[in-house]
Design a protein around this ligand. Sequence first.
Ligand SMILES: Nc1ncnc2c1ncn2[C@@H]1O[C@H](COP(=O)(O)OP(=O)(O)O)[C@@H](O)[C@H]1O
Ligand SMILES: N[C@@H](CCC(=O)OP(=O)(O)O)C(=O)O
Length: 376
Amino acid sequence: MTPFAPVQGARRIVIKIGSSLVTDEGRGVDAKAIADWCRQLSELAEQGVEALIVSSGAIAEGMKRLGWRERPKEVHALQAAAAVGQMGLAQIYETSLRELGRASAQVLLTHADLSDRERYLNARSTLLTLLQHRVLPVINENDTVVNDEIKFGDNDTLGALVTNLIEADALVILTDQRGLYSADPRKNPEAQLIQFARAGDPALAQMAGGAGSSIGRGGMLTKVLAAERAARSGAATVIAYGREPDVLLRLARGEAIGTALQADLPKRAARKQWMADHLQLRGRVTVDEGAQRALRSEGRSLLPVGVREVSGEFHRGDVIAVLDAQGNECARGLANYAAAEVRLLAGRGSQEIEALLGYVAEPELIHRDNLVLSAV
Ligand SMILES: Nc1ncnc2c1ncn2[C@@H]1O[C@H](COP(=O)(O)OP(=O)(O)O)[C@@H](O)[C@H]1O
Ligand SMILES: N[C@@H](CCC(=O)OP(=O)(O)O)C(=O)O
């Protein structure tokens, strides 16, 4: 396959840091290694790259703090360890980033949060707002309320879901191996590093086999599947060894490190496809000519001021159609407000939203990033 560099030129990236890497096989969280990734991300931020970290390590750090040598079998004990360890994990990231003059934020998410449309939009808006304010989000699974992911030890999927959520250009999965090999290198010394492949190629899952080390549990399979998922929003993935010197800076310079997995669809087309495949139409709004022009010719968001009529009973996060005065569909997108609210907001300026509803979710009814124009 032709070489390509997924991180070079990327404006927004998600970095997933695996348990086995961040905890150095059970010795608690490695603060020095974290400081080094933070230094690299801070340098990338200088170059205008927005980054989000998805970091594991809470369970391992919790086990160390509680003096547990063996990974407990009971899921609730693992959940308790994660709650203890998350304090340390957040503290280490916060300290490292603050020393570099960067603000950070802790975000704990579950897969269910991202499959609920309203929570999906809320999580997306919060993360995008953090990025706008140049804050670096440090994300982990909310292990207190879910346990499937703990059983499988898989933050790779969360990394991919976050990549989809904020439409990152690339997902970088840092782990304890140099990338994906043709077989598990711990078991097969002859295994070859795969440098370039297409995300979603079924041969990759074959190579990835089962779960990995004793601390991390997901193994390579969850990484290969995460790359496939990330590709659905048009993001390419790199799987690389996290202790490779300056790994993030070198990837951003276009150096070929680890395994690069290419997405078939470009970002915009992928988003369109996602809306078409995943979401049912819940309602319609008819807009005036000005709004129609703003959407079509100027690529703008839909504001409540351009709305004339509302039909259907939709909620925040549902997909609605935008119709022109003749009733032709001109776009589809995710509504920031429920139908009952839009009836109050129709024809009114965004500065009036707070007075009319008592709160402001967003100034737009549909943000342009959540809007897909219909073919004419
Ligand atoms: N084909 C493969 N190539 C590389 N590593 C593999 C492969 N198949 C299985 N593995 C195992 O996956 C492990 C990494 O997964 P895991 O321990 O879950 O990492 P993390 O904690 O970073 O998510 C490696 O240490 C390796 O033993
Ligand atoms: N959320 C948990 C761990 C999840 C996990 O182990 O994930 P992974 O890094 O994919 O092996 C933690 O912080 O310990």
